[in-house]
Design a protein around this ligand. Structure first.
Ligand code: PEP
Ligand code: MN
Length: 339
């Protein structure tokens, strides 16, 4: 249930309202937005008397929220959530590019890629240390050693880092990681989501291979319900009948997420397409539809990559693509969802 306060509500009136709300067995959250103040009631609200609340002089409107996600819901939090890590900002209208290899392989590899993507305009470095591979016989990542190499690249370049977690038993290892990624295959690993909700790290939550927009928002809700409100949604392509691309990028997910939620949205065109030639057009389409960021796979030598070389860009190609995307965004090619 959400209660929107009148802009001119007095402190006395708001206090009276709070007293009324405390008589119900619900959690009370308050957001002071730029345009309005919203009070959200979470939990079992069916006993809450809408008319009694609406009669309070501080209240402009009160309504029940049908959607099962509350904290992630735009209705509870009309302003965009803005998440900042180092020079990378998500959700304030800027475009933030995250780039790096699928997997961290060696110190020389990750440091070289970090330097090249930084020079091209990327604001964050990606690189998998714990890899969710379809086959148990494929390269599984350097695991804890990979995290150390990512930290080395961060030290060398100053770029904040993002990397995927696969088990809550590894959370302590991620202490110096700037954003923790939850991969598509773990989007509904609810125990992992709950544990990440107890941390204060920003979480990039990838949409599952065959999950709906509502299911993705419910997974965000799992993290937020534990107290961590710093969630970034990531569309990375979904399974369809189409086989010419690795997945099908759901461009509609961008305006849908923006309409339904206040959380920032990042697009991963590399895993969506599976081929490097589609990274630029899909990136352009994404910023045109209002994405807050892009996450792109770049390898110093894609033909020798230990994972996802076939979809990775080499640094020279990334350089050209990043500059064209950044230029287009700077020139105003970016859809702004009107709150
Ligand atoms: C990745 O980003 O390296 C990855 C494994 O992506 P996804 O979870 O989207 O498949
Ligand atoms: Mn990959």
């Amino acid at each position: 249930m959400i209660i929107v306060l009148k802009p001119n509500a007095t402190t006395n009136q708001v206090e009276q309202l709070n007293e009324t709300l405390k008589t119900y067995n619900v959690e009370i959250k308050r957001w002071d937005g730029v345009h309005s103040t919203v009070i959200g009631l979470l939990g079992d609200t069916h006993t809450v008397d809408i008319e009694q609340i609406g009669a309070n002089l501080a209240v402009e409107s009160v309504k029940r929220v049908q959607e099962p996600y509350k904290l992630a819901n735009r209705k509870f939090h009309p302003d965009n959530t803005v998440i900042k890590v180092g020079d990378a900002t998500f959700g304030d209208g800027s475009l933030t590019i995250i780039a790096g290899p699928c997997s961290v392989e060696t110190e020389a590899q990750i440091v070289e890629v970090a330097e090249r993507v930084k020079a091209a305009g990327a604001k964050m470095l990606r690189g998998g240390a714990f890899k969710p591979r379809t086959s148990p016989y494929s390269f599984q990542g350097l695991r804890a050693d990979g995290l150390k190499l990512l930290l080395k690249a961060k030290e060398e370049t100053g770029l904040p880092i993002i990397t995927e977690i696969m088990s809550s038993s590894h959370i302590d290892l991620f202490e110096d990681v700037d954003i923790i990624q939850v991969g598509a295959r773990n989007m509904q690993n609810f125990e992992l989501l709950k544990e990440l909700g107890k941390t204060n790290k920003p979480i990039l939550l990838k949409r599952g291979l065959a999950n709906t927009i509502d299911e993705t928002l419910m997974s965000a809700e799992y993290i937020m319900a534990e107290g961590n409100l710093n969630v970034i949604l990531c569309e990375r392509g979904i399974r369809t009948f189409e086989t010419s691309t690795r997945n099908t990028l759901d461009i509609s997910a961008i305006p849908m997420f923006k309409m339904l939620s206040h959380l920032p949205v990042v697009i991963d065109p590399s895993h969506a397409a599976g081929i490097p030639q589609l990274v630029e057009p899909l990136s352009m389409a994404s910023i045109g539809a209002g994405a807050d960021g892009l996450m792109i796979e770049v390898h110093n030598c894609p033909s020798k990559a230990l994972s996802d070389g076939a979809q990775s860009l080499d640094p020279d190609t990334f350089d050209g693509i990043a500059s064209r995307i950044i230029k287009a965004h700077d020139q105003g090619f970016s859809y702004r969802y009107n709150v």
